[in-house]
Design a protein around this ligand. Structure first.
Ligand code: ATP
Ligand code: MG
Length: 632
């Protein structure tokens, strides 16, 4: 620990520090940015390659970078095959619990059998290397098998979140021209059956490219199957074609692995394309270092595999690292708000990784629910998706982590493939800051002219270098990729524009404070949405808040806020005044909202992010834009 102790910081306990996979940050960071290619080559050396690379980084066609070009690898060779040769063979790979309490477990050996069979089924349906298979499934083990089966044979998966409607599914199938769709009869959510197959049927009607639909029987829903197109997976698995052995295809490092769409928080989702080699290196390295994964750990990333967090940190990163993964299909508060805490106790989960929205949602029900459970198995906690409000951070740290679990707040995007800014378990923490760049990454905060802003000044968050986990393009739209994310600085160097606004404080800690185009400009001042929202959430009666700027004659913009109160509290005029004054005293008068509206829910994406653009459009009576990823 540092000699000088900063009272604003939360320091990790000595036991956490003593066993950390990475015991020192500064020197290693310096090395990693000065010797970027060596650093990544060293990490890549921990993986299995059929053939090593000709170059670590190929910049000849920037910003279309190539990593480990010339190498042959398959991410599944690393996520499964290699484990069959060592002690992981009989280790638990996946522990699954359904909402109704069903349980299924798979060892690495069992996972391999399932994936091989699935891969053989896909091959028998004519799926070949490079084909894009669309997957639309509930959060069941077969979703993971399907993804891995595609990757194993060199096909590309496009996972569409199981909560999306016909329109979102149909447009993604069209975009990918998929011939094959993998789905299930249905899923569970809050005790209700979700009829996935009939949504899929409608989507297939609209998207004529689908010739084969493979359907998993999950909850015995009576569904319509079209005889020449639709097949039950269990029927196919019973055929001789579905043997339990299947050779893993050797793919090139730069061969596509998957397409995945962004959450759609700021507009129409973008289909990002990721590849086998660099993505395998990046997800496994970030997961191993930031979450300190140990052989005996039980890892629970409570996201859906259908968004990037699930792809990188439920499926690929953890499996490459040989971890035991928890999967749960269902709502966090079903049948009661202790469901997650019960899972942690029952399975002895060591690391929990979730989103601020889930934390705030569970916080709303109070401490008494987690207090019923023994959560002492937890060693580390994680957060992703939005800036975490300091109030929620402290609750998570104190009530769930018993003041002993560092919170690994990870800033990253669908585009980045893995963590870009995050602490290590040894990093002193400040609630609400994702702390410092991950190894190899040089980040800066700049103004409109590309000049670095001063300490604690707000600006655009940029990355000054390529990294292995970066998306290679926007699917079918290279131009959009180049235009949207990349520009050249005065020296001709390529710069990645994240689209978020941020600040760097006097300790060089980075604070992401919102979307660039959502910065609240009030009377010449620039405020981040998250700063105003966190001030509201710090009031004891508030659990969630959203802030938007609406045009105002005098101020340029006026701050309008929407607030969800603690369960059981009713908002009135007096409380509105109190909350306005509270923000004023927390942040200064300039940030005082024009109004506070009490609401029961906020428009969010399926990945749990507040869609401020929808609130704004509603308030202004304008068109709400692309709502395909809106949660009902
Ligand atoms: P779209 O790009 O379609 O608008 P999206 O940006 O929400 O959607 P994602 O790729 O799922 O799609 O989310 C990435 C964004 O999430 C980041 O750009 C950032 O705004 C936010 N984010 C993620 N993690 C964090 C974090 N730890 N702290 C602050 N913000 C975060
Ligand atoms: Mg985005």
């Amino acid at each position: 620990m540092n000699a000088s102790v900063n009272p604003d910081m939360f320091y990790p306990g000595q036991d956490v520090v003593d066993q950390a996979n990475v015991s020192e940050y500064e020197k290693m960071y310096q090395y990693s940015v000065e010797n970027r290619e060596e650093f990544w080559a060293e990490q890549a050396d921990t993986l299995g390659w059929y053939k090593k690379w000709d170059s670590v980084l190929d910049e000849s066609n920037a910003p279309f970078y190539k990593w480990f070009d010339g190498a042959e690898i398959n991410i599944v060779h690393n996520a499964i095959d290699r484990h069959l040769e060592n002690a992981n063979r009989n280790k638990m790979a996946i522990i699954w619990e359904g909402e109704n309490g069903q349980k299924r477990n798979f060892s690495y050996n069992g996972l391999n059998r399932e994936v091989c069979q699935f891969a053989n089924v896909l091959k028998s349906m004519g799926v070949e290397k490079g084909d894009i298979v669309t997957i639309y499934m509930p959060q069941i083990p077969e979703l993971v098998f399907a993804m891995l089966a595609c990757a194993k044979i060199g096909a590309v998966h496009s996972v569409v979140y199981g909560g999306f409607s016909t329109e979102a599914l149909a447009s993604r199938i069209d975009d990918a021209h998929s011939r094959v769709l993998i789905t299930a009869d249905g899923g569970w959510r809050r005790g209700k059956q979700i009829d996935l197959k009939s949504i899929a049927n409608e989507a297939m009607q609209r998207s004529p490219s689908i010739e084969v639909c493979i359907c998993v029987k999950n909850n015995e829903l009576d569904v319509e199957m079209e005889p020449t197109r639709d097949f039950w997976l269990h029927d196919l698995k019973a055929l001789p074609i579905a043997g339990s052995k299947c050779e893993t295809e050797q793919t090139s490092s730069e061969d596509p692995l998957f397409i995945l769409y962004t959450s759609g928080t700021t507009g129409t989702p973008k289909g990002m394309l990721h590849t086998h080699g660099g993505y395998a290196v990046y997800t496994s390295t970030t997961h191993r270092m930031a979450f300190d994964i140990k052989p005996q750990d039980r890892w629970w990333c409570a996201a859906d595999p259908g968004w990037i967090t699930g792809h990188s940190y439920i499926v690929y990163g953890p499996l490459i690292n040989g971890a035991t993964i928890m999967l749960y299909e269902g709502a966090p508060n079903y049948p009661y708000p202790n469901r997650w805490w019960q899972i942690i106790e029952n399975y002895g989960i060591n690391i929990l990784y979730t989103s601020p929205t889930a934390i705030r949602g569970l916080m709303r029900f109070g401490e008494r629910w987690p207090k019923k459970h023994d959560l002492s198995s937890l060693r580390l906690l994680g957060s992703v998706g939005e800036p975490i409000n300091p109030e929620a951070w402290k609750w998570y740290h104190h009530v769930i982590g018993n003041d002993k679990c560092p919170i690994i707040d990870t800033w990253w995007q669908t585009e980045t493939g893995g963590f870009m800014i995050c602490p290590l378990p040894i990093t002193p923490l400040k609630p609400g800051s994702a702390t410092k760049p991950f190894f190899g990454n040089e980040m800066a905060i700049v103004d409109d002219d590309g000049n670095e802003v001063g300490t604690n000044e707000e600006g655009k968050l940029i990355v000054k270098n390529p990294w292995p986990g970066m998306a290679r393009t926007v699917f079918k739209d290279d131009q959009r990729y180049a235009d949207l994310y990349w520009s050249q600085d005065k020296d001709g160097k390529w710069i990645y524009l994240a689209g978020d606004s941020a600040k760097k404080d006097e300790d060089d800690y980075i604070w992401v404070i919102g979307r660039m185009d959502e910065v609240l400009k009030v009377s010449g001042y620039r405020l981040g949405t998250s700063e105003v929202e966190s001030a509201l959430v710090s009031h004891p009666m508030v659990t969630e808040a959203a802030a938007v700027g609406l045009p105002h004659e005098l101020k340029g913009n006026a701050i309008h806020t929407y607030v969800i109160l603690q369960a059981g509290i009713v908002g009135d005029k007096k409380l509105e005044q109190e909350l306005r004054a509270h923000v004023g005293s927390e942040m200064g008068k300039i940030a005082m909202p024009e109004c506070v509206e009490f609401v029961e829910s906020l428009p969010k994406t399926r990945s749990g992010k507040i869609m401020r653009r929808v609130l704004k459009a509603r308030a202004l009576g304008q068109d709400e834009g692309d709502l395909s990823t809106l949660e009902e």
